[in-house]
Every structure is written in structure tokens, then in C-alpha cells.
Write a protein that binds this ligand. Structure first.
Ligand SMILES: Cc1cc2nc3c(=O)[nH]c(=O)nc-3n(C[C@H](O)[C@H](O)[C@H](O)COP(=O)(O)O)c2cc1C
Length: 391
């Protein structure tokens, strides 16, 4: 799990959105393995009872500065013992206090000790949010190095529509993961990932495609993002949720994928995870009717997308993915040579549509790694680590 070696201090303040923090804390504990200590302001306890967070985290919740749990300088210990302070939701009040260095309760005191090592997710009424005082305070925190997950537009609890909603859960979780798992070697690097199948049309209605769902490509894109990269994800038709902070580009055919890929030939890394459909039928305008008596379809091959990218972008590290059934190792290595790849990952054919994958990774220098069956995100993490190390 991605945060099993990390301790988070999770601050909750008096916002109507504080119930959403329950789901976020639960996700971080159950799905990411984080150890979480919750600190609530007094106002926050008016919205959600501490027992909810105590049950989700398995630890007592801190509210009071004096004489509640433990003794001595609890605010200093809490700050020292955690890798990151998250404040979610963050009221206009706590943001103003942190920006001014006010420490008049436990959470604001911990924040002052913690410095800029913070992720803050504000939530409030639109007028409070757009008030120049709040905006100045947010800008100041950003300037000092805090990560601020900006509010979103939508319906607000006060009955109006506007900006002020707590950012969506996935955005907050990715910001936390990124802050804790950034890798200097990928920070600011441009990573292009392709995912999913492509479609080649027989007529205006029917097409040839394959069983790829895009899950492995999306997992690579998410892990590269968490490691600090700037990620472009070029995907064929799929039904997966978009990943926040990723530049999503949607295509349908192999030709379109190649065109988009060449727009990004300045990439530092290309992970060519998509299953480009290489059988291209002659396309008939309109819809083929039974009465036309079609008996055969002329097929040609799609352009070799990854090979073309490699020719145009000799400096990028290019990682191909293959699904070979017969003579898997020999054919995979052959592909690596023929297409000028730096690495190639052989996928198990069982990986289609599954949340798991079983990979054998080969490098141009002749090395081989077997990554045993695991969740696609875990496997993606390992592939990226090996590739970034240079094999
Ligand atoms: C029903 C209700 C909802 C509130 N929602 C918010 C909110 O979403 N954001 C905010 O900044 N303040 C909100 N407030 C005001 C804060 O609770 C108030 O400013 C409080 O002093 C914040 O204290 P804290 O920052 O110590 O938690 C709300 C107040 C009420 C009564």
C-alpha cells in the first residue's frame, strides 16, 4: 500500500463539508495503509463527533490544547511525529490563522510548528472564499510552499451556487500521495502514457477493436503523477474515471493516436501501454447493408505508432508493452529490438480487464525482471522505479 510507511496528522475544522473527511480518512487508512492521527477544532466537533474518526483510525482524536490526552507539549510532539499535516476541510478561519501565525488552539499550534509541510483543502461559502482577505491568505500559504487543493464550483450548503465546495475526494488524495511520494528523478519530467484500445471502422457503425480497458495505462499515469511527473495520457475509448491533474487526450484510431503522440515528442518518457489495433479494414461510407452482399473485408496494417515515435524522438526513454502468447519471451525481445525500445513489458493475456497484472520486464541492455502478480497500481509503481533507475 502506498502510504504504509507514512504517518499523517489530519486536521478537521468547522465546515459543513467535515463529514466528507470521514470518507477521505477511511480511504487513506484502509486503501493506502496510512497511520492517521486526527486533530479536530472545537467547531469541527459540532459537525461530526470525534468517535467517528476514532473508529475509522483506531486512535483517540485530539481537540483540546490542555489536559485531554497525554501531557506536556502535545502540539510539538504531534507535529514532530508526523510526515505531513493535512487540513481538510479547512475553514476561512484556520487559513487566516495559519497565514498570520496565530496559535490559539491545538490545530493552529500544530500548524505553526509544522511550517509549510502541509496540504490544505479549503471549503466555504463563495463570498468567504472570494473575499480578497481569504484569497491573499491562500496565496501566502502557497508562496510559503503549502499545497492548496483549490475549491470547486457547484451547489453550496448555504443554498447558492458558486465556488467554495471542497475539492473532489480523488483530487485531495492524489495531492497527499504526491506530497509524500514525490521522486526527485521524475519531478517536473514529462511523461506520456498511452492507454486503452483503438478502433478501426469497417463502416460508420461497426469497427474492429480489442479487449483492452485502459486500466494498466491509467495505473502507470497515476503512479507517474504521484512521483511528481507532468503527465499526458492519450487514451482510446474507455470507461475509466479521468485522473485529476493529468492532461487527458482522447483518440479513436491508431492514426489519431500517432498524430497526438507526435505532438508530445518532447517527452522524457513514453509508456506505450495502449493496445493499438493494427488491423485496419477498408472503410465503407454509411452502413453496409445485407442486401449489398459483402463477402470479405480488405485489411491492411495500422502505422507502427511506437516505432514512428521512437524515430522522431530519439532522446526519450521508451517503454513498450506486449501481449504475446506463443514464444512469448523470444517474440517480446524481438519487438524490443525492432521498435528501438529501451524497455518492454510482457503482459499476461489474463490481464485484460483485470485489476491485476503479471509482468516480465526486459531492458535493451539484456536485463529481465519478473514482477509477480499484483494490483495494477503496485505493478505500475515497480515498473516506473526500474525504468527511472535506468534498468
Ligand atoms: C452550519 C455552518 C456551516 C459552516 N460551514 C463553514 C464552511 O464550510 N467553511 C468555513 O470557513 N466556515 C464555516 N462555518 C463557520 C465556522 O464554523 C466558524 O468560522 C468557526 O469559527 C470555524 O472554527 P475553526 O476554524 O476553529 O474550525 C460554518 C458555520 C455553520 C454554523
Amino acid at each position: 500500500m502506498r502510504l504504509s510507511d507514512r504517518k499523517l496528522l489530519f486536521g478537521i475544522t468547522g465546515s459543513i463539508a467535515s463529514y466528507k473527511a470521514v470518507y477521505i480518512v477511511r480511504h487513506l487508512v484502509k486503501n493506502e495503509g496510512a497511520q492517521i492521527q486526527v486533530v479536530m477544532t472545537k467547531a469541527a466537533t459540532e459537525f461530526v463527533r470525534p468517535v467517528v474518526f476514532e473508529t475509522v483510525t483506531g486512535s483517540p482524536v485530539y481537540v483540546e490544547m490542555f489536559g485531554e490526552v497525554g501531557f506536556g507539549t502535545v502540539h510539538i510532539d504531534l507535529a514532530r511525529e508526523s510526515d505531513l499535516l493535512v487540513i481538510c476541510p479547512a475553514t476561512a478561519n484556520i487559513i487566516a490563522k495559519i497565514a498570520c501565525g496565530i496559535a490559539d488552539d491545538l490545530l493552529s499550534s500544530v500548524a505553526l510548528v509544522k511550517g509549510s509541510n502541509m496540504v490544505i483543502a479549503p471549503a466555504m461559502n463563495d463570498q468567504m472564499y472570494l473575499n480578497p482577505i481569504t484569497q491573499d491568505n491562500i496565496s501566502k500559504l502557497k508562496r510559503l510552499g503549502c499545497v492548496v487543493v483549490e475549491c470547486e464550483e457547484g451547489d453550496l450548503a448555504c443554498g447558492t451556487t458558486g465556488i467554495g465546495r471542497l475539492a473532489e475526494e480523488k483530487k485531495i488524495i492524489l495531492a497527499i500521495l504526491r506530497k509524500l511520494r514525490e521522486d526527485e528523478r521524475l519531478k517536473g519530467k514529462k511523461v506520456v502514457v498511452t492507454a486503452g484500445p483503438t478502433r478501426e471502422y469497417i463502416d460508420d457503425i461497426r469497427f474492429i477493436s480489442n479487449r483492452s480497458t485502459g486500466k494498466m495505462g491509467f495505473a502507470i499515469a497515476e503512479e507517474a503523477l504521484i512521483k511528481g511527473a507532468e503527465v499526458v495520457l492519450i487514451s482510446g475509448p474507455n470507461s475509466l474515471e479521468k485522473i485529476p491533474y493529468v492532461n487527458h487526450v482522447e483518440v479513436e484510431t491508431a492514426e489519431e493516436m500517432l498524430e497526438e503522440l507526435l505532438e508530445h515528442r518532447d517527452a522524457d518518457y513514453l509508456f506505450m501501454v495502449s493496445a493499438v489495433e493494427d488491423l485496419v479494414p477498408d472503410r465503407v461510407e454509411g452502413k453496409i447493408k445485407k442486401k449489398d452482399g459483402v463477402s470479405s473485408i480488405n485489411i491492411k496494417y495500422a502505422p507502427d505508432v511506437v516505432k514512428s515515435f521512437r524515430e522522431k524522438s530519439p532522446g526519450a526513454t521508451v517503454v513498450g508493452f506486449s501481449v504475446e502468447v506463443d514464444n512469448a519471451e523470444e517474440n517480446t525481445r524481438k519487438k524490443l529490438e525492432e521498435k528501438g525500445l529501451d524497455f518492454i513489458a510482457w503482459n499476461s493475456p489474463d490481464a485484460f480487464a483485470s485489476d491485476f497484472n503479471d509482468i516480465v520486464l526486459y531492458s535493451r541492455s539484456g536485463k529481465r525482471w519478473h514482477l509477480p502478480k499484483g494490483k495494477k497500481n503496485d505493478v505500475a509503481q515497480r515498473i516506473i522505479d526500474i525504468v527511472v533507475q535506468g534498468g
